[in-house]
Design a protein around this ligand. Structure first.
Ligand SMILES: Nc1nc2c(ncn2[C@@H]2O[C@H](COP(=O)(O)OP(=O)(O)OP(=O)(O)O)[C@@H](O)[C@H]2O)c(=O)[nH]1
Ligand SMILES: [Mg+2]
Length: 335
């Protein structure tokens, strides 16, 4: 399965400047030779891959990208200046499609690749270019050609930075909907989430990271119970697991036992997953009437030296702190 981030953008290259119609003005000569300069070429639009971005999020704020037009030619054989080309940065891993035809146009596989997405229009020729021995006072001059305009669809295969794991109903989907624009189905019955959801979490400084909400795990998942552990491969490459444990009284289980069961299921999947950095998140604090349940979970987290957070996706308690704690752990070293 692919996790996709998508964006639709418009790229418009600059139009060419018009060629000029002009004649030299000379004293006592009623009409001098032709002197209309050419129009400048319109700027191109390039897509350029960078390792410093990891989502297509910026395009939802900024879907149109236009390069500068060429200046018109002028008299005295002055050529108009060419329009500046525009580089639009896209993350490595972006695939570019022509929205109109569906054609796949380019696949950015490494940083620094350049793809000419829209070619600037040629400048028109001024009348000076049309002069010949027998045609000394030409009035022909061309308009600039229009720059190319295209609608593109960008697709990016996302890699999750943080994986949310926990029992069904622990509040994983609710949390991702609180942290990101993802709107997965949320309900008070187990196995609401049948396939992983991805959400992009934005920070105030425009950095972002990707969170994966996984279907819930239960005891025996590694042997196929519930939805099994098949989805865990989606978080094999994450940098951090956030282990969500329902501390409200309504779960009908003990938080510290839930915690151990999930750890065992992760370990049955792979030693690598079991050893990934993990933070423990007590969820539904607004409905945690029994402080002992929270304390018991905190205690097992501390025994394992795992950072411990308390949140409520309903009231917003602890959400910001959790978001920053995740960011600190996955963005260290930087994107
Ligand atoms: N009181 C309270 N209820 C919550 C909170 N977070 C989630 N819930 C409720 O808990 C139930 C389960 O939430 P989900 O987000 O669907 O849980 P999930 O972990 O994604 O569950 P699965 O997809 O089945 O694995 C829903 O009824 C939510 O409204 C919370 O902070 N406080
Ligand atoms: Mg869910």
């Amino acid at each position: 399965m692919l996790f996709l981030d998508q964006a639709r953008i418009l790229v418009k290259a600059g139009d060419g400047g018009n060629g000029c119609l002009a004649f030299r003005r000379e004293k006592y000569v009623p009409r001098g030779g032709p002197s209309g300069g050419d129009g400048g070429h319109g700027g191109d639009v390039y897509l350029v891959s960078t390792a410093h971005q990891n989502t297509l999020l910026q395009f939802s704020y900024n879907p149109e990208h236009r390069a500068e037009r060429g200046r018109h030619g002028e008299g005295s054989n002055r050529t108009g200046a060419d329009g500046h080309s525009l580089d639009v940065l896209v993350p490595v891993g972006t695939v570019v499609y022509d929205e109109a035809t569906g054609d796949r146009l380019f696949d950015f596989t490494e940083s620094g690749q350049r793809f000419l997405a829209a070619r600037g229009g040629r400048g028109g020729r001024g009348n000076a270019r049309f002069a010949t021995a027998t045609h000394q006072a030409p009035t022909e001059h061309e308009p600039g050609r229009a720059g190319e305009e295209k609608r593109l669809r960008l697709e990016l295969k996302l890699l999750a930075d943080v994986g949310l794991v926990g029992f069904p109903n622990a509040g994983k989907s609710t949390l991702i909907s609180r942290l990101s624009a993802a709107r997965p189905k949320i309900a008070d019955y187990p196995f609401t989430t049948l396939e992983p959801n991805l959400g992009v979490v934005e920070l105030d400084d425009f950095r972002s990271f990707v969170v994966a909400d996984l279907p819930g795990l239960i005891e025996g998942a590694h042997a196929g119970a519930g939805l099994g552990i098949q989805f865990l491969r989606h978080i094999e490459r994450t940098r951090l697991l956030a282990h969500l444990v329902d501390v409200s009284t309504s779960s009908g289980r003990l938080p510290e036992e839930d915690f151990d069961i999930i750890l065992r299921e992760l370990a049955s999947f792979s030693a690598e997953l079991a050893e990934k950095p993990m933070i423990v998140v007590a969820t539904k604090m607004d409905a945690a009437q029994d402080p002992d349940r929270v304390a018991a979970l905190r205690c097992v987290a501390e025994e394992r030296r795992l950072p411990f957070f308390e949140i409520s996706s309903v009231t917003g308690l602890g959400i910001d702190a959790l978001k920053h704690a995740m960011a600190e752990r996955v963005l260290a070293g930087g994107h």
